[in-house]
Design a protein around this ligand. Structure first.
Ligand SMILES: NC(=O)c1ccc[n+]([C@@H]2O[C@H](COP(=O)([O-])OP(=O)(O)OC[C@H]3O[C@@H](n4cnc5c(N)ncnc54)[C@H](O)[C@@H]3O)[C@@H](O)[C@H]2O)c1
Length: 270
């Protein structure tokens, strides 16, 4: 149900690849809540994915941008301001990729060229996006910028591999840039640490099904779905959370605060 929480607001959404993507659900929810949006993804993803369908559903322009390219990002933000005839109110960074995970390199046998590429795509791109927006003064006062993270930034999940470091770096950028953007323009910067979710990026992690079921059994409320995550994003883009910044916010059905659940105790009972 829509509450028009984003009526009159304009946003850029990175990372909708297909209808499983978290960004896809955020786009639909933002438009249902009265926002106007622009969709963006890497040029190759635009060719492979089904983002054109989402564009039609959301009446949204699609502007390609490789999030690791500063010139692509400048072009995206400038064109978005022209298209909206005004500045931007919210941005979602929903981007993650590890070449080491993709190529099945283990954590004790990482390829460092792959590591640098994954870091650039998954984390440094967040800084690049913020810096481009900051220099262009592209975001309205009390605008909101969100990245998506995972609890492997704080705790070890062996198969999450070098994505764990990428997420730690991403969360740190939210704090550091959040300070500067807050001081200068009252712009908020946060990350949401989401439950395991069945998407293309998620299922790329080895043993993802076990990962997913384990988290679901530990969390008192079960795993948060992509749809739940989209709703949480809308609340953080809205004026109801205008003083929330520099936070990593767990959206995980209670997983991050739970040691063990009765379901897991039962599994180990002798
Ligand atoms: N799925 C999960 O279990 C889970 C859990 C917690 C956090 N997250 C995070 O949520 C975010 C979205 O992932 P998702 O699960 O919806 O998967 P997804 O595969 O649907 O989305 C990942 C997106 O990143 C985009 N991308 C990759 N390289 C890019 C580049 N160079 N420039 C621009 N875009 C690029 C892809 O095209 C894709 O749209 C990621 O940051 C992911 O790490 C996912």
């Amino acid at each position: 149900m829509s509450h028009n929480l984003l009526k009159g607001k304009k946003g850029i959404i990175f990372g909708a690849l297909d209808d499983k993507s978290i960004a896809w659900k955020v786009a639909l929810e933002a438009v249902a809540n009265g926002a106007e949006i622009i969709l963006t993804n890497a040029p190759i993803a635009l060719r492979m994915g089904s983002i054109q369908d989402l564009g039609s559903q959301c009446n949204a322009k699609i502007i390609p941008a490789d999030a690791t390219s500063v010139s692509d990002l400048e072009n995206l933000f400038k064109n978005s301001i022209d298209e909206f005839d005004g500045k931007i109110d919210f941005v979602l960074h929903s981007i993650g990729m590890s070449l080491n995970v993709r190529k099945k390199r283990t954590y004790t046998d990482l390829n460092y060229d792959f590591l640098m590429k994954g870091l650039d795509v998954s984390a440094v791109s967040f800084h690049k996006m913020l810096q481009v927006a900051f220099k262009l003064d592209a975001i309205n006062h009390f605008g909101s910028v969100l990245g998506l993270s995972y609890i492997a930034a704080q705790r070890t999940f062996p198969d999450y591999n070098d994505m764990a470091e990428n997420k730690s770096y991403l969360e740190s950028i939210a704090r550091s840039f959040g300070y500067h953007y807050g001081k200068a323009k009252n712009v908020r910067v946060n990350t949401i640490s989401q439950s395991p979710t069945m998407t293309t990026a998620g299922s790329g992690v080895q043993g993802f099904d076990a990962f997913f079921d384990y988290a679901d059994q530990i969390s008192p409320m079960g795993n948060a779905t992509a749809e739940d995550c989209a709703k949480y994003c809308i609340s953080l883009f809205s004026d109801y959370t205008k003083m929330v910044t520099m936070q990593n916010l767990f959206h995980d059905g209670g997983f991050s605060s739970t040691g063990i659940s009765q379901e897991v105790v039962n599994l180990f009972k002798k």
